[in-house]
Design a binder for this molecule. Structure first.
Ligand code: NAP
Length: 248
């Protein structure tokens, strides 16, 4: 009997949950608890950290988990490391569903850097309108360049004061090319800071930046642990022993 644990929080994880719900596979969906009202899933759902590697290993044992699917965001490196370690400790098969990073196409003006501090350094010294398309837990270093007018976009309104003055858009998306063009033009955005998440959901802003010839300070992915990886939900379903109707 399979009992799968989906480490989720992404659009791909939701597609996977929907596909698993159409089968007889017993599965639990896990959210990290970053958003106040996470999307409903068609599977039993738990929310919040496990308590590091040992907490996840305990959970795997107590819930009799037989398969773990890491479908977290490609920048959720800590969760991915913990999953590798806990699965090794408990002898549980693990697979990662990882969308490939975006690659530059003609017309893109990317400054590719390795982390948030390098992104701050890559911004100009002269005041500019900057769209910070990164999670709120990563914005603090931009306080060291207070000359810029920052626009931020979050799923939930901020609960605590921000580390610097900024315009906040509250939206869960999905974001379209037309919508992103309107937002960037309307706010006179001159620079975008983004993480190379890959996938379609967050891509519209990158396509809009190309249309408007805007520079994008693109933060590359951190190194994730060695683990079996696939790029599609269909491959995860095969791994679980089920074929799928999706062309995903
Ligand atoms: P992280 O830095 O790798 O994780 C920090 C800690 O949060 C983990 O050690 C774990 O706590 C807990 N955690 C993370 N994901 C979890 C999950 N799915 N289930 C249970 N606990 C989880 O991750 P992060 O960057 O903060 O991201 C947190 C979550 O938000 C991830 O699930 C990620 O997929 C999602 N996310 C989604 C998007 C998006 O665009 N959809 C963007 C960013 C993040 P313990 O050590 O206590 O177990």
């Amino acid at each position: 009997m399979i009992r799968a644990l989906i480490l989720g929080g992404t659009a791909d994880a939701s597609v996977l949950a929907a596909e698993i719900a159409r089968t007889q596979i017993d599965a639990v969906y896990s959210y990290g608890g970053r958003t106040r009202t996470p999307a409903d899933q068609p599977l039993p759902t738990r929310i919040g950290g496990f308590g590091g590697v040992s907490g996840l290993a305990d959970y795997i044992r107590s819930e009799a988990i037989t398969h773990v699917i890491d479908a977290t965001h490609p920048f959720a490196a800590e969760m991915s490391h913990n999953a590798v370690a806990a699965c090794a400790e408990t002898g549980t098969p693990l697979i990662a569903l990882e969308r490939p990073p975006w690659t530059k196409v003609p017309g893109d003006n990317w400054i590719e850097i390795r982390d948030v501090n390098a992104a701050v350094a890559a911004l100009p010294d002269a005041p500019a309108n900057v769209f910070l398309a990164i999670g709120r837990q990563h914005i603090a270093p931009f306080a060291s360049k207070p000359q810029h007018a920052y626009t931020l976009r979050f799923v939930d309104p901020p609960e605590a004061p921000l580390p610097f003055a900024a315009d906040v858009i509250v939206s869960r998306g999905p974001f379209t090319l037309e919508g992103e063009l309107e937002m960037l033009r309307g706010r006179g955005i001159a620079w975008i800071v983004a993480r190379n998440s890959g996938g379609d959901g967050a891509r519209a802003k990158i396509d809009a930046a190309r249309r408007l010839s805007l520079p994008v300070v693109m933060i590359s992915r951190a190194r994730l642990p060695e683990r079996p990886c696939v790029e599609s939900v269909a491959e995860v379903m095969e791994w679980l022993g089920h074929s799928t109707r999706l062309g995903a």
